[in-house]
Write a protein that binds this ligand. Structure first.
Ligand code: XUL
Length: 511
């Protein structure tokens, strides 16, 4: 059995897979909003009047890890049969720790919660997460110093949500606390450290989301790291390939029935992990992940810097590279829009949008309920080219879905001019209306699996591969078969080709 975690924006999922049985045998989750009211983070982050600032309390992630393990153990799952563990986490978030972190990890007290064990080791009480867009000054400084070299070397233009600009901002604005910081971890390497009881490395997949890793050499880029913050090199984890054993499970976790000393495989980011969980680690397949953010991603045969301002290149956990385009306004925006339109997400209106005409007679919207990464938009605000009060609910839902699908097609052109098939994953992949619209907009077969938690599944599969028990091709055969396919309506192709051109102009003029 192999245990995989995914620590997302809004909660944690833990999945136990059995290689013998060829299936997921247990799955438990924790919701930060519902389970941890005390952290006052209903959406997984601390509310802030400044819409550009999005921080979370890292102790909430630790309490979440304890709770999800407790739930898994009390569900009757055979914890003693677990042979290895790995995980993935929301990308780009940073955790700042002082000199005492190593000792605290080595001496984790089983009678206390993880948060109690670690709280004194935080040199910064909150962690900026991927939704934070408050580092435009730092991005401008990086651009002024290195120009397009940042994109060429690190696989991404200076990007506000990325760890490097976030660390630079902390060092500039809270210099004393930065000085006190001995270790800067990503969410993934922080939680991997906790499991393995020692400072853990970061993998090339998540490490690339920092604007600090040189993707040609796969080493920290000395010039960029030193420019980002003084003495940063010594504070960063080592960067390693995705199947590296980071360490052995801390005895703390035996309280959940796990055996001490199990191999803990280095964690990665949720998007690289989904590439594995969808069985799409070879070039040629495309994944659309419909989570809090929407992400289009695909494995790449060789390293090439992204050709779209919002594009990013990361390491592929199976080796090589992957490209992504991340749209902040994914389910976060859908939820807001549904609230506004009084549409339940599982409500028939969601599917009823399919009774309206493809192309919606030209109705379009820029769904920037939050600051957006692709294209970069710092001032949130929804723009429509029509009056929503004179449209039906179904038409309004179609305008949202079509606009989201068209922006994904537009900004993933740099990954491929066209994909024959797409794999859809994430919570909103359950929406029949959205699936069909995506199939039509991309003119591609859409494959869907019953299990939408492909990041956690990818983590469990990485645990198995990293322990040397199976390779990714075998695991894909067993665990990643899609359950159903949605076919595109070929007659709608010209409608969406025209919409793509119209949307591009609207996007340029509208924000
Ligand atoms: C990717 C990104 C988001 C987070 C969400 O670059 O910022 O997809 O990983 O968890």
């Amino acid at each position: 059995m192999y245990l995989g975690f995914d620590v997302g924006t809004q909660g944690i999922r833990a999945i136990l897979t059995s290689l013998d049985e060829g299936k997921i045998v247990a799955s438990e989750s924790v919701s930060f909003g519902r389970d941890f009211a005390l952290y006052m983070s209903p959406g997984g982050f601390l509310p802030n009047k400044n819409v550009l600032i999005r921080h979370a309390d890292p102790l909430m992630w630790l309490d979440g890890l304890d709770l999800v393990l407790k739930r898994l153990a009390s569900s009757g799952a055979d914890m003693a049969s677990v042979r290895s563990i790995s995980g993935s986490a929301q990308q780009h978030g940073t955790v700042y720790l002082n000199e005492s972190f190593g000792k605290a990890l080595a001496e984790l007290n089983r009678d206390k919660r993880l948060s109690e064990n670690i709280s004194c080791s935080l040199s910064r009480s909150t962690s900026p997460i991927w939704m934070d867009h408050s580092t435009s000054d730092e991005c401008a400084m990086l651009l002024a110093e290195f120009g397009s070299e940042v994109r060429t070397r690190t696989g991404s233009a200076p990007t506000e949500r990325f760890a490097g600009p976030q660390i630079m901002k902390f060092a500039r604005t809270e210099a004393a606390k930065y000085e006190e910081t001995a270790h800067v971890h990503l969410v993934s390497s922080f939680l991997c450290s906790v499991l393995s009881g020692a400072n853990a490395p970061v993998d090339f997949g998540d490490g690339a989301g920092m604007n600090l890793l040189n993707l040609e050499t796969l080493q920290w880029d000395a010039d960029i790291v030193e420019f980002t913050a003084k003495n940063l090199t010594g504070k960063l984890p080592e960067a390693v390939p995705g199947s590296t054993i980071a360490g052995r499970l801390s005895p703390y976790f035996t309280k959940y029935g796990l055996k001490a000393d199990l191999p803990v495989i280095v964690w990665t980011g949720d998007n690289p992990s989904s590439l594995i969980g969808c069985g799409a680690f070879n070039p040629g397949s495309c994944i659309i992940s419909l989570g809090t953010s929407d992400v289009v991603s695909a494995a790449m045969s060789e390293y090439a810097p992204p050709q779209d301002s919002g594009g990013n290149v990361f390491g592929n956990p199976a080796g090589g590279y992957m490209g992504i385009s991340c749209f902040t306004n994914g389910s976060s925006a859908r939820n807001k829009a549904f609230e506004e339109l009084e549409v339940g997400f599982d409500f028939a209106d969601n599917e009823a949008c399919l009774t309206t005409v493809p192309g919606n007679n030209g109705k379009l919207m820029l769904p920037y309920y939050f600051a957006e990464s692709t294209p970069p938009v710092d001032k949130p605000g929804v723009v429509r080219n029509y009056d929503p009060t004179s449209a039906t609910r179904a038409e309004n839902v179609r305008a949202l879905f079509e606009s989201q699908a068209v922006t994904m097609r537009l900004h993933s052109k740099w990954l491929s001019e066209g994909f024959e098939s797409l794999r859809i994953t994430g919570g909103a992949s359950r929406s029949a209306g959205f699936r069909q619209i995506i199939a039509n907009v991309f003119q591609a077969h859409v494959l869907i699996s019953e299990n939408p938690d492909t990041a956690a599944l990818g983590a469990a599969l990485r645990a198995c591969e990293g322990a040397g028990d199976a390779d990714f091709s075998e695991l894909t055969e067993v665990f990643c078969k899609p359950d159903c396919t949605v076919e595109p309506d070929r007659a709608t192709a010209p409608v969406y080709d025209a919409m793509l051109e119209k949307y591009e102009v609207f996007e340029k003029s509208g924000n």
